[in-house]
Design a protein around this ligand. Structure first.
Ligand code: AMP
Length: 307
């Protein structure tokens, strides 16, 4: 089923304890689309870049089956730029620079071919832009997933709350869940957030996995213990891409299928962190993805007979 992805397509500069990059390509929608492309074959991207964005990177997205009809290229302008530095534990980071550039006055245009999409992934972006995308659709998608971050909570909380109110699934990290709810306990935070609109909440906990909540149930997916974690940037977006890509392909939005989907999301995130930027996420084979998912199955499978 068709999937529409909205979010940033960007340049990132990243510092981790293992090294530092100059401007490399990143952006929430880039990671989401690449991760989803291993499951869904009908992906449309709505975003904006400046004329400084490399043509080869756009070709790379097309080669992954991502339609760029909804990508605006602004002549003579600069792409969104984000820079971050990770702490030694790699689980937390500081944003050093956020330059909105082309994003500052971005007016999204959903192409005709994507206006009847079945699945909508609202990647990290201004909440108002996310709402404008929903307003252009011919019908409400089967499922709307929203990912956001503290940056928008700090500067656009009212608008963010309006977007949160109209989505089905919200994904945030543990610190953002606490900020949004004002609760330290993640269980209490989930209860509060699920009153704000979404029927399902995913709380990402970096190397400590992810929690999936609805009002009655909770499910946990671990992160794969990896030998080398070079760069966690985009892990959350890759997770979201794998999650919604799997749901779009299986056409099943039950809580049970979402349990499977967060394993596929976690598998895609585990690839992303193994190299800087999107490098590891490009050109994976189906066999590599399957083998990674199998590692997750082996990691958590155990037999207990209770007497
Ligand atoms: P993640 O590590 O999954 O949170 O996503 C990192 C990606 O988000 C980077 O590639 C950035 O380009 C992008 N990003 C960082 N800050 C923002 C922001 N305020 N709005 C949208 N995208 C952002």
């Amino acid at each position: 089923m068709s999937l529409l992805v909205v979010g940033t397509v960007a340049f990132d500069a990243i510092e981790t304890p293992f090294g530092k990059t100059d401007k490399i390509i990143g952006g929430a929608a880039t990671y989401i689309s690449l991760a989803a492309s291993y499951f869904s074959k009908d992906i449309h991207l709505v975003s904006v870049v400046g004329s400084d964005f490399p043509k080869e990177s756009l070709e790379m997205l097309k080669n992954h089956g991502v339609s760029l009809d909804g990508l605006q290229i602004k002549e003579g302008e600069k792409s969104f730029f984000w820079s971050g530095r990770y702490h030694n534990d790699m689980n937390s980071r500081d944003t050093l620079i956020t330059e909105l550039n082309v994003l500052a006055d971005f007016d999204p245009i959903v192409p005709e071919s994507a206006k009847d999409c079945d699945f909508l992934m609202l990647g990290n972006l201004m909440p108002v832009v996310q709402q404008k995308v929903i307003a252009q659709l011919k019908k409400r998608p089967k499922l709307i997933v929203l990912d956001t971050m503290n940056f928008w909570m700090d500067i656009a909380m009212d608008e963010l709350m309006k977007t949160i109110a109209i989505v089905d699934v919200l994904t945030v990290n543990d610190a953002e869940a606490r900020q949004l709810s004002g609760e330290y306990s993640l269980v209490k935070a989930a209860q509060k957030i699920l009153l704000m609109g979404p029927k399902v909440l995913i709380i990402k906990k970096g190397e400590h996995g992810a929690l999936l909540f609805n009002k009655e149930q909770v499910f946990f997916a671990p992160a794969l213990p990896l030998e080398d974690v070079f760069d966690p940037t985009g892990a959350g977006d890759s997770f979201a891409g794998g999650f919604i890509g799997y749901l779009a392909e299986t056409k099943d939005i039950s809580f049970d299928n979402m349990k499977r989907a967060i394993i596929f999301g976690s598998a895609m995130a585990s690839f992303t962190v193994e190299k800087f930027g999107v490098e590891r996420l490009v050109g994976l084979t189906q066999a590599q993805v399957d083998a990674r998912v199998q590692e997750f199955i082996d990691l958590v499978q155990f037999d207990i007979s209770l007497v």
